[in-house]
Design a binder for this molecule. Structure first.
Ligand code: ATP
Ligand code: MG
Length: 416
């Protein structure tokens, strides 16, 4: 990517109408555009990061047998009436609309109902189970407050997977498997060390659900962390009874503020009862399908990660999700410098190293400031001076001091 070919622009001005740190930084660095509170457009750099997060989640969902689909946001009210969730008292975040003929529709805030109904066409026998459809989709929720930038959108990205199993035993085995996949996702995103599997309230079919809570001073949840066991307890179930059940004591727990980065939930037959999703078992009997739901928020994760790693100079992306690995700054427009920078850009790109090439005609100071603000893991500088020395200047985003290295060393370092 050449910067001159991206329409994105950085700005020194902190957006006045934005109070959240993640959104301020992402707007300043040209990753997102704010449409209104809780509603953000992803610009080229932001789209790259979001896609990188999504790809990691996709790989892990596929690794546990997920089948990717893409459902519609527009949903007929009937399917939601069947479960009782059309009522604004029951689901308080609805955005509702109407067809020209008056038919009521909702912009889906989640997809249990429509998917359960859809699966009636594909599940009839035990041979059709288990099955694990999932999607990446924009959800719409009329959240009361939306002051946390990308962490609480009114229109946001969600990965939602739903499991359809023959019985509880089959469900429980998958539940464990996907829980491990979630841990791998947070590790790959660079936040494994600050993310805890957290016991939270369950439903009629299970005592607990599990949230994956990431520590953050701007989080809205309070959790009690057990560092030794790498688990936490959400304050909503923080009782003596639960502590005893989990075999932990109060003095082993530390209270922390966190953001829910994902959750997994045993639904049981709640939705298969409401929408009559059944299958014929091996013994010929008619059974209800046993369900679970597994959510994770790619856009919330992007805001969370942006905010967590940022320093006073700007964003600092973990290598796995950075919009590019290297920011290549060409200083000046000396013909030899341009040629050397163009060559290095081609060479790195051909080696599979992603490069954001600052080929703009702006001052070095501006390029350095933008490299820091955008937050790629490495910055490489080519100037008349480095050319004269036959070296390249390279610096990691988190260190101050650049190194001068030869090309071979540079490529080795960046490729690692
Ligand atoms: P919260 O308690 O934070 O509102 P939730 O319990 O409503 O979350 P779910 O309905 O389980 O969340 O959604 C699954 C995942 O989607 C969450 O774990 C979170 O990562 C993400 N998510 C939920 N609401 C939002 C939102 N308003 N903006 C961005 N991401 C969200
Ligand atoms: Mg919510």
């Amino acid at each position: 990517m050449r910067l001159t070919a991206l329409f994105t622009k950085t700005t020194k001005n902190v957006p006045a109408d934005e109070s959240s740190r993640n959104a301020q930084l992402l707007i300043q660095a040209g990753f997102v555009h704010k449409e209104m509170a809780g509603v953000y457009t992803y610009l080229p750099l932001g789209k790259r990061v979001l896609d990188n997060i999504i790809q990691i989640i996709r790989e892990e969902m596929n690794s546990v047998g997920g089948n990717e689909i893409s459902m519609t946001a527009l949903q007929h009210k009937d399917v939601w009436e069947a479960s009782g969730r059309w009522d604004d008292e029951v689901m308080d975040v609805w955005f509702k609309t109407k067809l020209a003929n008056g038919t009521e529709l909702g912009l889906a805030p989640t997809h249990e109902e429509p998917l359960t109904k859809l699966m009636k066409n594909y599940i009839s026998s035990y041979k059709d189970l288990p099955v694990y459809p999932y999607q990446f989709q924009i959800k719409f929720r009329n959240e009361l407050r939306s002051k946390s930038g990308l962490m609480r959108g009114r229109e946001f990205w969600m990965k939602d997977l739903y499991s359809f199993s023959k019985d509880r035993a089959e469900h429980d085995a998958f539940y464990e498997k996907i829980s491990e996949a979630y841990n791998r996702i947070y590790d790959r995103l660079g936040i494994g060390d600050i993310t805890y599997k957290t016991f939270a309230s369950g439903g009629s079919f299970s005592q607990y659900s599990h949230e994956f809570q990431t520590l953050s001073p701007v989080g809205e949840d309070k959790i009690y962390v057990h560092e030794g066991k790498r688990i936490a307890i959400n304050e909503e179930v923080y009782t003596d009874e639960v502590l005893a059940d989990l075999g932990v004591t109060k003095d082993e727990l530390v209270e922390k503020t966190a953001v829910e980065a994902g959750n997994i939930f045993t639904l049981g037959t709640k939705f298969s009862d409401a929408l009559d999703l059944t299958y014929t078992a091996e013994d010929g009997s008619l059974q209800k399908v046993f369900m679970g739901s597994y959510g994770i928020g790619p856009s919330r994760l992007m805001g969370l990660i942006a905010e967590h790693f940022a320093d006073d100079r700007g964003l600092v992306w973990p290598a796995n999700i950075a919009p590019a690995k290297v920011y290549l700054a060409r200083l000046g427009d000396d013909e030899a410098v341009v040629r050397a920078a163009d060559e290095l850009y081609e060479e790195l790109t051909n080696t599979g190293i992603s490069v954001l090439y600052d080929d703009r005609d702006v001052r070095p100071g501006e390029k350095f400031a933008d490299a820091d603000l955008i937050g790629t893991p490495y910055r490489v500088v080519i100037s008349a001076k480095t050319l004269a020395n036959n070296t390249y200047e390279v610096k990691h985003r988190t260190t101050q001091e650049p190194e001068q290295v030869d090309k071979q060393t540079l490529i080795k370092k960046l490729g690692a």
